[in-house]
Design a protein around this ligand. Structure first.
Ligand code: S3P
Length: 170
């Protein structure tokens, strides 16, 4: 596959802005944008929160895997992942081999300010105290760092970040 037509995948912790930035990047590069969670929700006719509540996390992860493999049959897309997708080993392998993976990083203190607006529809954050969330943030960050590129998003607008991604990968 030509490097220029590879799918570009945005990964990172919940609430970092993967969807908003992905849309900007798609506009900039004139590519199709797909949000993995939104695609799963459309197929299931339920929100991610409802899938967690009605079917459990394991069923959600299966849906995530199936939808990802389906999406990856085509190239030339911008795909934003949910925060847990890249933790699945086969999703990670295929993404790194066939796509361009961009980790959108954020410092924890800055991210923590967003927590109140995220908690209602992020089941993974519910029933956890700040220390447990910080531990999750730190351990996941280690995995996200396996992406091809890491971009710190602190104090940047989605448009600036999309612009930086485009300059970094093209
Ligand atoms: C999850 C992140 C969510 C969503 C689901 C699980 C996770 O997506 O896929 O709630 O495990 O980190 P966002 O990263 O878009 O919030």
């Amino acid at each position: 596959m030509r490097p220029s037509s590879k799918n570009i995948i945005l990964i990172g912790f919940m609430g970092v802005g993967k969807t908003t930035i992905g849309k900007e990047l798609a506009r900039l590069l004139q590519r199709e944008f797909v949000d993995l969670d939104q695609a799963i929700e459309a197929d299931a006719n339920q929100t991610v929160l409802e899938i967690f509540q009605n079917e459990g996390e394991e069923a959600f992860r299966k849906r995530e895997n199936t939808k990802f493999m389906e999406l990856f049959e085509s190239d030339n897309r911008i795909i934003s992942f949910g925060g847990g997708a890249f933790l699945q080993s086969d999703i990670q392998k295929v993404s790194l081999e066939d796509g361009i993976v961009v980790f959108l990083d954020i410092s924890f203190p800055l991210w923590l300010k967003r927590l109140p607006s995220l908690i209602a529809d992020r089941p993974v954050l519910q029933n956890k105290n700040h220390e447990e969330i910080r531990t999750l943030f730190v351990s996941r960050r280690e995995v996200y760092l396996k992406g091809h590129h890491t971009l710190n998003t602190d104090h940047m607008s989605p448009i600036q970040i999309a612009d930086n991604i485009a300059k970094t990968i093209l």
